[in-house]
Design a protein around this ligand. Structure first.
Ligand code: GRF
Length: 195
């Protein structure tokens, strides 16, 4: 089976990308990252990719904060297609996606979200979980559609909310679960188990 080519899009520190890279290095994942793109210059994702000689793309968007201008998104879609990526992995990407990109990769864009969707979509889901007083939260890998964290769920991992948890301790526990779940799901795509 040929190695699955992935592109990773993120705006943050890149710990999920690092978890995927670690699994590639240890031989658990037969995946090749062909492009890392970010809308934040110097972000963790771009630095990780640079260190490994993976192609990078800085996505410059000046007009909007929560989405991309149509021309910027169309250019990114072209770049992703040209990279040969078969799966687009969002890892801390903070902008909604729309037609140009969604149409270029039908059922081939996935995201990880720090709650058990459909509970707590949107920003800082771990804080939402704490405020709601739930005993269990977790993380979700889902297909990306035009909504905010609304796409079809692929896999979830549960995380307990413990007495005395702060936003920081709960977020850290959820991220640990993310770092196991995301490579596992990418592996299912690599083995062509998800069509
Ligand atoms: C993760 O917590 C993920 O759930 C959310 O953004 C965060 C990205 O973290 N979508 P990182 O950049 O992978 O460390």
């Amino acid at each position: 089976m040929p190695v699955l080519k992935i592109a990773v899009l993120g705006s943050g520190k890149g710990s999920n990308f690092r978890a995927i890279l670690d699994c590639i290095r240890s031989g658990q994942l037969r995946v090749r990252p062909v492009l890392a793109a970010s809308d934040v210059q110097g972000s963790g994702i771009l630095r990780l990719a640079d260190d490994l000689g993976i192609d990078t793309e800085f996505v410059e968007e000046k007009k909007f904060r929560t989405r991309l201008s149509e021309d910027v998104e169309a250019r990114l879609a072209e770049r992703l297609v040209a990279s040969g990526a078969e799966l687009v992995v969002l890892a801390g990407w903070m902008r909604m996606l729309r037609e140009p990109l969604l149409a270029a990769f039908p059922r081939r864009i996935i995201n990880i979200h720090p709650s058990l969707l459909p509970a707590f979509p949107g920003l800082e889901a771990w804080k939402q979980a704490l405020a709601a007083g739930v005993a269990q939260t977790g993380c979700t890998v889902h297909f990306v559609d035009g909504g905010m964290d609304t796409g079809e769920v692929i896999a979830q991992s549960e995380v307990p909310v413990l007495p005395g948890d702060s936003a920081e301790t709960l977020h850290a526990r959820i991220q640990e679960a993310e770092h196991a779940l995301y490579p596992e799901v990418v592996g299912r795509f690599a083995r062509r188990e998800i069509l």
